[in-house]
Design a protein around this ligand. Sequence first.
Ligand SMILES: Nc1ncnc2c1ncn2[C@@H]1O[C@H](COP(=O)(O)OP(=O)(O)OP(=O)(O)O)[C@@H](O)[C@H]1O
Ligand SMILES: [Mg+2]
Length: 626
Amino acid sequence: AYRKKVESIEFANQQMGGLENQASSSKAEFKFEDLAYNEKLRNPTKFDDTTSLVADDASSTEPTTIITTTTTPPTTTEEGISVFIRLRPINSSRGWVVLKEYNSVAQCTPSGVPLPERLFNRNFFTYDKTFGETSTTRQVYDGAARGIVQSVSDGLNGTIFAYGQTSSGKTFTMQGSGSVVRDAANSNSEHTEGIVHMAANDIFNHIEKESQRVFLVRVSFIEIYNEEVRDLLVTSGGGGGESNGATLTIREDKQRGFFVNSNETIVTSIVQLLEVFFAGEKNRHVGSTTMNERSSRSHTIFRITVESRLNNSMDGDSDDDDEDASEEEDDGDARMGAGHDVPQAGRNALIGLTDGNGAVRVSTLNLVDLAGSESVRHTGATGDRQKEGVNINLSLFTLSQVISQLGRGEAHINYRDSKLTRILQPSLSGNARMAVICCATPSDLYLEETRSTLQFASRAKLVKTRAQVNEVMDDRSLIRKLKRELKEARRGGPDKETMEMANANGAIEASIVDLETKLESVSKERDTAHSRVSELVSGNGNMEQIMQAVQSEKDDLASKLEEAKQKISMIEASKEELKGNLEAAIAEKDRIRAEMSKIESEQDAKLFELSEGMEEFKGRISALTS
Ligand SMILES: Nc1ncnc2c1ncn2[C@@H]1O[C@H](COP(=O)(O)OP(=O)(O)OP(=O)(O)O)[C@@H](O)[C@H]1O
Ligand SMILES: [Mg+2]
């Protein structure tokens, strides 16, 4: 019954769309008479941000089109987010048109005539480029992503994300049609490459060509599912889907903003990178909905980190003051490094890179495939799917809010309102070149969804970022971290030293405590002996001589006690010296130990003598008293 209801609503929507288009088309014809408007059409460069639009091939056999104009992405480091529109092909499509000469998107009549949006009082915006239904991902990559990928190889951060309603082609754009490994040789393959393949290809080609620098590439892959962040490169057993990755916490530090300590894997070739990517992709939450058989139910962020340094700055073992300074600031939390899965072979291969003082460039490319917004009206979702849908829509809403706030230059930005915006905060807040590829399904069934996507795209165009080359001197660079570890390993490691020092101190401390306990019990025995002797003395005046002997023993013992106490303070003093010189400390420790055992054996001997004296004393007393 519910499905029927949805169908009838959809049918009604279709009818309404048709009527709306009919009404629009007559208005459009009228508006095409508008001279100023036609002037704009002839002269697209004069278009301002809010009025560009329309026209071209009314003769097009494809009724659904979009108006597009092209600009070259800026090459400066301060720039707006680049925004692109991609329309996916659909069989029966009406509603939107593409015109190659203009960078705009327009609604069209059923016969493919673009509607002048001004008539509906809607703002219309130009984008950096729009890609029509027949465009290929290669064209999208070349127009939208290539420049950013290139600058990631050169040390700037980049973020590319696909936005749009469910089933509009985001995953298709980002990862292609889903084959695991690149199959360039097989041209008959049905497989379509995505931006991930092309970016990986460009990065590794760049590395191969660049002889001045040495590189290290590592990747991580996370998803945000129902407001939980999961590591797709770590499976918690039982295969993909519902049992996927470990849950991660988002943390914050002053330097980096929000971050997660996700697992990272070093990759040394494009094939290896893609294998890691698709292994992670298997763990992603995907579900079937009425609108998309393989609908992404989570947002994913695949991060490629590229580190590089000049390869002519090898300088053997020389110490690096700057680096040591930052090591001291290191809070011990391995930041980017925590939980890194660094294969041993990768480590060894890197050792050659780890010497030298040159700064290391670290840049990241985030490839973000969002889950699509969806209306229950179209998906008819219930239960889990509905819950997912609600979470997806909520986080996309926050993203859109954050984008608006950034575009308006507001002081407070709601990054904290969703995991997605928290994780994207370092990119959104400035230090990254960014491209948004807004995908849309050009059907009049989805007029509202497409309009909302286009509005999001327009707002994104207002956001400015300022990417800069990141040359780092601390552990955010894995090369540097490994270098430090290597250095530590070579000299036995400061940790080992500290440990030994701590052990030595601990042992001395324990010995002192032990010695003090022994002294205490000796003192007690002495006191007991003393009081027993006093008792006896008061009971028998003839014992004076014996008493004197016992007393001298007692005095002797007391002076030994005093001596032992002095030794303790000497040990305390020598503990301080230990800090300066471990070798001396160890020797001192041995000396002290020997000293202590001497004292101990002396004490033992004295105690033995004393107890013998006591026995003899007791014997005499019993002889006297019997
Ligand atoms: N440009 C295109 N050319 C050919 N097929 C496409 C294109 N774009 C999308 N498709 C196909 O449309 C279907 C839906 O696309 P896709 O899964 O990429 O959508 P999505 O935007 O990721 O949706 P969701 O938000 O539900 O994950 C897939 O079968 C995909 O192969
Ligand atoms: Mg998807």
